[in-house]
Design a protein around this ligand. Structure first.
Ligand code: ZN
Ligand code: ZN
Length: 336
């Protein structure tokens, strides 16, 4: 079968590989999303991933056999977290932040292949009527469900999202769906701002004027919650500076190292700084249940899926900060 294999720093190849091995149900993969973590692996900067590795943890497919409670042809997505079950964190009821957390497609062969085997317990059914590129976005949507829950976002609140990549934009769409009063996206890439506006989002350049201007329009001195989805130091500083007294700053990005935080602002204005990582099984199942309702926005975000053969070029493009907002690769099995 064909698979997208990470072969070392800045190299992915479309390769013929042996049939999918291991325990679990055989899945014919329809499509697989490329996310920030995949790009970190591609750049050779992921601490755990070792070449050669079949990438992909954001995939949708059809079961290809009668096994472990599944019938052939069922539409499934994969809960990609592998927790040890034995560490203190797992035993305290937080397996999604297991001390030894691993993921399919990062630590084990993933779904950027024509077939993959996944244990039945990690498969979640999705409807046959959901478009493939939408179903392939359950995992990033689960990140957003988790982020909104961790930040305790309530209807009627005014929200800022700093960094309008796929996660920031999906989060904005989810928060609007959840009934917040306003969501403003702040972004440094002008092309992306234009695109977001065309997609119906309130989006501005991430600079001091834009934050002030937006808050003046809202008649507020600060946002109730600021989500930091940019992964850079200045975004963290902006988040703390533009949240209201008593508000929450949610760090959604995974930062590669320490960042400066104005602790005096945290103290004087009682700002709550909230950390988060991936999602729980409950968040993931909730996200799967939201696909139908969020189909239009998720279709807009991804556009058309790219061909399997285009993967090396697409990775190169994305690695340079170009390419589609949410890149999804088709794996050869019939797309809905
Ligand atoms: Zn991902
Ligand atoms: Zn554990």
């Amino acid at each position: 079968m064909k698979a997208i294999v990470y072969c070392g720093s800045n190299r992915v190849e479309l390769r013929d590989v042996p049939a999918a091995e291991g325990v679990g149900v055989l899945i014919d993969v329809e499509a697989c999303g490329i996310c920030g973590t995949d790009l970190t692996i591609y750049k050779g900067a992921h601490p755990r991933s070792k070449a050669p590795l079949i990438l992909g943890h954001e995939f949708v497919g059809r079961t290809a056999e009668d096994k472990d409670g599944f019938r052939p042809g069922e539409r499934v997505v994969c809960y990609p977290l592998i927790s040890c079950g034995n560490c203190e964190t797992c035993l305290s009821g937080l397996p999604h932040i297991c001390d030894k957390l691993r993921l399919y497609g990062i630590d084990t062969p993933g779904g950027m292949a024509q077939q993959v085997r996944i244990p039945a317990d990690d498969l979640v059914r999705v409807g046959l009527d959901i478009p493939t590129v939408v179903a392939a976005q359950v995992e990033p949507l689960a990140v957003c469900v988790h982020a909104a829950r961790r930040a305790r976002v309530a209807p009627g609140e005014n929200i800022a999202v700093i960094g309008a990549g796929p996660i920031g934009t999906t989060l904005a769409a989810l928060l609007e769906r959840n009934g917040v009063s306003s969501v403003t996206l702040f972004e440094t890439n002008q092309n992306r701002i234009e695109m977001l506006r065309q997609g119906g989002f309130e989006a501005h350049l991430a600079d001091e004027y834009s934050y002030r201007n937006t808050l003046d329009k809202l008649g507020k001195s600060g946002f109730d919650v600021v989500f930091e989805c940019a992964g850079v130091g200045p975004a963290v500083a902006d988040a703390v500076r533009n949240v209201r007294a008593g508000g929450r700053v949610a760090i959604v990005s995974i930062h590669k190292g320490p960042q400066l935080v104005d602790l005096q602002a945290l103290s004087f204005r009682e700002i709550e700084l909230i950390g988060m990582r991936v999602y729980t099984r409950e968040d993931f199942n909730l996200a799967a249940g939201l696909l139908q309702e969020m189909t239009q926005k998720l279709l807009w975000l991804a556009g058309d899926a790219r061909k399997l053969e285009d993967a090396p070029e697409l990775f190169e493009q994305l690695g340079q900060g170009d390419g589609p907002m949410k890149a999804i690769l088709e794996m050869g099995h019939s797309l809905a």
